[in-house]
Design a protein around this ligand. Structure first.
Ligand code: BES
Ligand code: ZN
Ligand code: ZN
Length: 503
C-alpha cells in the first residue's frame, strides 16, 4: 500500500472510498459531514439515523455516492467521545476503515486527518497513527495460499491518501506517514517470521535473519553454535538444544550509534524456541498446535534491529536470541537432569516444557559481561500468564519500578496493553531444589507466570531488568480487532521502539 498526502477538500477528492471521522454523542453533524451531506441531498444524515450510527470508536457506516461526489463511497468512521480522543482512537478508526475498504474491494482510499478538529493531537502524530494502523490492518499472510488468489487480489489496496486542505500542514503529515511506516514495517516483518511454519523457520533461519540485520549500518553480529555455547558454559541453553536435530545457535546482535553520545547500554533478549513440543515432558496435541509461535520474542528483537538505522537512537543496543527447538528424542534432556548455567548456578530440570526460562537464564547470564544499564526480555513464556491476563494483555515484571513505569508508558502510547505483575518474594521458596541451586518449575501448581519470572530474576544480577510475558498477545485466534490479524500479531515491537525513542 502506497501512502501519500494530498491538498484537497473531502468533497473534491477522487477515491474508491473516502473515510470521514464522526464523534459519538453529537447531534449536529460536523462541517465536513455537512458539506458531503449537502452534495448527497441529505442521504448521509438519513443513513446515520436509519442505521443508528452512533460513532462509537471503530464503528463504520458505508454509503455509495453514485456520482454525486468524486469519491465513490463515503465511510463514516466512529471516533468515540470527542473528549476522550487519543492516538489509539485514531489508530482504531484508521484500521477499521482499511478493513472495510478491503471488504468492498476499494483500491484507492482517502482519509481526512481523523480527529484533527478536536485540537489535542498534532497533524504529524495523527498522520503517523493513520499510516501505522492502516499498514497493520492491511496485513495478510498469504505465502502458502494457492487457491482464491483472485479474491486476495481484490482485497489489495493500492493507495491511501491523507487529505488536508491547509498547505502548512502538508510537510508534517508527510513526516508522520514516514514515521508510521517505520513503526509498522518491523511489526509486519515479525508477523511473517512467526506465521512461517516451524519446519521453515528453524534456528538456522533465525540466524540468517540476524545476518541480514548485521548488514545494516551500525549493526554487528556474533553467534555461537551448540558446541561453542557449551564451551562458554551455557549448559541450560544446551540442555534444551540437545534433543533437537536442527542445529541451534546463540545469537548476539549489537547496534552502536555513530560517533559519541552513547547514553546507555540496553540488552534485549528474545525467547527463540522455533518449536516447543515440550520435550520429553511432551505437550498434549492441542497445546502443541500453535507452538511455532514460541520464537515471537526473538522475532520482536530482530524486528527492533531492522528499525534502528531509521530511528538512530543514541543507545548501544544488544539483541540476544538463544535459538533452538525444544524436542523429545533419544538425546533429549530428561526430567531430573541438572544443568550448569553460564553464571555457574545449577538448575534441576524438573519439567522440560519449562524450557524458555532455561534458555533465558543463560542469555541473562551471558548479558552480565556486557555490563548493561537495562535488560528487557520478551518471551512467550507461560500458559499461566494467558490464564491470568487473557489473549490481549502481556504480563510485565520489573525489578526496577522506574523501568517498569517507562515500559507501561511506552505501551500505553503504542496501544499495546500490558499489565504489571508482582515479583512475589515469598514464592522464591518454591524454586528450591533438593539437588541443585534451583528447580525450573515450582513445587506448587499455581502462579507459574510469577514463578517463571522469579526464576529468571536469579540470573539478572543487579541490572534493572524487565520481562514481558507475551504468551497471550503474540498470537490471535479471533479476527475481531482490525489492527490485530488472525495469527501472529507482532506484539511488543511498537512498545520497544517507543521506549527506545524515549530513553
Ligand atoms: N511456550 C510455552 C508457553 C506458552 C503457552 C506460550 C501458551 C504460548 C501459549 C512454555 O514453554 C511452556 O510450555 N510453559 C509451560 C510451563 C509449565 C511446564 C510449568 C506452561 O505454561 O504450561
Ligand atoms: Zn514449553
Ligand atoms: Zn516455550
Amino acid at each position: 500500500m502506497h501512502i501519500q498526502t494530498a491538498r484537497s477538500a473531502p468533497e473534491n477528492i477522487k477515491a474508491d472510498l473516502l473515510a470521514i471521522g464522526h464523534y459519538e454523542g453529537v447531534s449536529r453533524l460536523n462541517a465536513t459531514v455537512q458539506t458531503l451531506d449537502k452534495a448527497l441531498d441529505g442521504m448521509l444524515a438519513a443513513e446515520i439515523a436509519e442505521q443508528r450510527f452512533e460513532g462509537k470508536t471503530g464503528q463504520t457506516l458505508l454509503l455509495a455516492t453514485h456520482g454525486a461526489l468524486p469519491a465513490k463511497r463515503i465511510l463514516l468512521v466512529g471516533l468515540g467521545k470527542r473528549a476522550l480522543l487519543t492516538l489509539n482512537t485514531v489508530r482504531k478508526a484508521a484500521a477499521a476503515s482499511v478493513r472495510k475498504a478491503k471488504e468492498v474491494s476499494a483500491k484507492t482510499i482517502a482519509t481526512t486527518l481523523l480527529g484533527a478538529e478536536q485540537g489535542d493531537l498534532k497533524p504529524e502524530q495523527i498522520a503517523m497513527a493513520i499510516a501505522e494502523a492502516a499498514l497493520l490492518a492491511d496485513y495478510e499472510f498469504l505465502a502458502y495460499k494457492t487457491q482464491d488468489k483472485e479474491e486476495a487480489e481484490r482485497r489489495i489496496i493500492e493507495t491511501l491518501t491523507v487529505i488536508e486542505s491547509e498547505r502548512r500542514r502538508i510537510a508534517a503529515i508527510e513526516r508522520g506517514i514516514a514515521g508510521g511506516r517505520i513503526n509498522s514495517e518491523p511489526v509486519i516483518y515479525a508477523r511473517n517470521l512467526v506465521n512461517e511454519p516451524a519446519s521453515q523457520l528453524t534456528p538456522a533461519r533465525l540466524l540468517d535473519e540476524a545476518k541480514k540485520m548485521a548488514e545494516l549500518p551500525g549493526v554487528t553480529l556474533e553467534y555461537f553454535d551448540e558446541a561453542q555455547a557449551g564451551e562458554k558454559g551455557m549448559g541450560a541453553f544446551c540442555g534444551v538444544a540437545q534433543g533437537s536435530d536442527e542445529p541451534s545457535y546463540f545469537i548476539h546482535l549489537t547496534y552502536r550509534p555513530r560517533g559519541q553520545g552513547v547514553k546507555k547500554r540496553i540488552v534485549l533478549i528474545g525467547k527463540g524456541i522455533t518449536f516447543d513440543s515440550g520435550g520429553l515432558s511432551l505437550k498434549p496435541a492441542q497445546h502443541m498446535e500453535t507452538m511455532k509461535i514460541d520464537m515471537s520474542g526473538a522475532a520482536a528483537v530482530l524486528a527492533v534491529f531492522s528499525a534502528l538505522p531509521d530511528i538512530r537512537p543514541h543507545l548501544e543496543i544488544h539483541g540476544i536470541i538463544p535459538a533452538t527447538e525444544n524436542m523429545p528424542s533419544g538425546r533429549a534432556q530428561k526430567p531430573g537432569d541438572v544443568v550448569r548455567t553460564i553464571s555457574g548456578k545449577t538448575i534441576e530440570v524438573v519439567n522440560t516444557d519449562a524450557e524458555g526460562r532455561l534458555t533465558i537464564a543463560d542469555a541473562l547470564g551471558y548479558a552480565q559481561a556486557l555490563e548493561p544499564d537495562t535488560i528487557i526480555d520478551l518471551a512467550t513464556l507461560t500458559g499461566s500468564c494467558v490464564v491470568a491476563l487473557g489473549e490481549e494483555v502481556a504480563g510485565l515484571f520489573a525489578t526496577d519500578p522506574r523501568l517498569g513505569q517507562r515500559i507501561k508508558d511506552a505501551a500505553e502510547r503504542s496501544g499495546e496493553p500490558v499489565w504489571e505483575m508482582p515479583l512475589v518474594e515469598s514464592y522464591e521458596e518454591f524454586l528450591k531444589s533438593d539437588i541443585a541451586d534451583f528447580r525450573n518449575i515450582a513445587k506448587v501448581r499455581y502462579g507459574d507466570a510469577i514463578v517463571a519470572a522469579l526464576f529468571m530474576k536469579q540470573f539478572a544480577g543487579d541490572t534493572p531488568w524487565a520481562h514481558l510475558d507475551i504468551a497471550g498477545p503474540a498470537w490471535q485466534e479471533r479476527a475481531d480487532n482490525p489492527m490485530i490479524p488472525k495469527g501472529a500479531t507482532g506484539f511488543g515491537i511498537r512498545t520497544l521502539l517507543e521506549l527506545i525513542k524515549h530513553l
